[in-house]
Design a protein around this ligand. Structure first.
Ligand code: ZN
Length: 241
């Protein structure tokens, strides 16, 4: 069984569809989504529908919470706030309930997942460097935790007391270590690579691959502009920032 691990779709249907096609071609049968299905992109309702259709096991992101009114947006910048307001208008009561009902964290036999970090998942803290991983490593129930939120793919490995940030895109996990893996962003990558980012995890082989999918960026950008969303949201997709 291979799992597709996706995060931060942000209403970008073109990126989402491209990732799912690649996942299917690589034998993925089960999907896990680490939150922020909506916000920024022009197809929030379609992305929720697709996420439900593929039966992705999903945890909540801060944008999901903001859009369904579960969280205040005073920490959001003006552009993010505008996107939240616009997105709210696009969603049905049922969509909003779906977002509202998402859990903050999830665990199975193989791994855990949370949008930000395991310490106070409801605060959506960012894991930007090795120091930020301390609490999450401490609180992990499994030897692997998938996260999102920063839109930058990263693999942290802890062996004994030492935490290392690896720039590898493919790893085989080792029983002697524990791992925090950020799977990057499907719909708005911010690591300088414009292609949609996602991960495939094979729990039988203990193998994690962070992959990139080409998609029709122009189409996603045109939709953002035509919707009257801030132009910067279209522009940043070209540069992956
Ligand atoms: Zn996000």
């Amino acid at each position: 069984m291979r799992y597709g691990i996706i995060s931060d779709i942000h209403g970008n249907l073109e990126a989402f569809e491209a990732v799912l096609e690649e996942c299917r071609n690589q034998g993925v049968r089960q999907y896990f989504c680490i939150g922020d299905i909506v916000g920024y992109g022009a197809n929030p309702a379609e992305c929720i529908a697709l996420n439900r259709k593929i039966k992705a096991i999903t945890v909540a992101g801060n944008h999901d919470w903001a859009v369904c009114g579960k969280m205040k947006t005073d920490q959001f910048n003006d552009v993010a706030q505008e996107a939240v307001d616009w997105t709210q208008q696009q969603l049905s009561t049922e969509d909003l309930k779906y977002l509202n009902d998402l859990p903050l964290e999830w665990v199975n036999d193989d791994f855990q997942m949370v949008h930000g970090s395991l310490n106070h998942p409801e605060e959506f803290n960012y894991i930007m460097d090795t120091r930020d991983t301390n609490d999450t490593f401490y609180m992990m129930k499994k030897n692997l935790c998938f996260v999102g939120h920063t839109h930058k793919p990263q693999i942290y490995a802890k062996t004994g007391d030492y935490i290392a940030l690896s720039d590898a895109q493919n790893i085989v996990t080792d029983k002697a270590s524990t791992y925090v893996v950020n799977v990057g962003s499907v719909g708005q990558p911010r690591d300088g690579n414009r292609d949609a980012c996602y991960a495939i995890f094979d729990p039988d082989l203990n193998e994690i691959n962070i992959n990139r999918a080409n998609y029709d960026i122009r189409k996603a950008q045109d939709k953002i502009l035509n919707a009257g969303l801030p132009a910067v949201l279209a522009k940043r997709l070209s540069i992956g920032q």
